[in-house]
Write a protein that binds this ligand. Sequence first.
Ligand SMILES: [Zn+2]
Ligand SMILES: [Zn+2]
Length: 142
Amino acid sequence: MEKYRDIGFKLTPQRLAILGYLEGRTDHPSAEEIYRAVSKNFPTMSVATVYSALEALRLRGRLLELAIEPGRKRFDFHAEPHHHLICTGCKRVVDIHRSFPINLRAGEKQGFQVTGSHVTVYGRCPACTSSMGTKKLRSKKK
Ligand SMILES: [Zn+2]
Ligand SMILES: [Zn+2]
């Protein structure tokens, strides 16, 4: 509980449970997934409580919001900035911890003070690639 004190928001038991769920996860859960998991221990908790806690964390820079699928935000509880590899099939998100130097030309910056960047690489994960392979085989047999 002590380590969350510097976040600077009221640590209710529900919010602590949300933080506990997010801690150490690398699968970038959606708000709905977080709600489903945490509400097991807090059956009276509403989805709105989850959304407001996530928003409070996001505003404090503790949570990164990823727009991977329209209408379904995914959340990343990492302090350090990192990049993402996203499967276009199952929407699995994998972290890439490496810096990609992006050097914008003066003209491209258009007066911006650049503070960071986020690289998203799209592709198909091994599981989706192999399931596509079996689908193709099946359709060939017909
Ligand atoms: Zn996949
Ligand atoms: Zn991530």
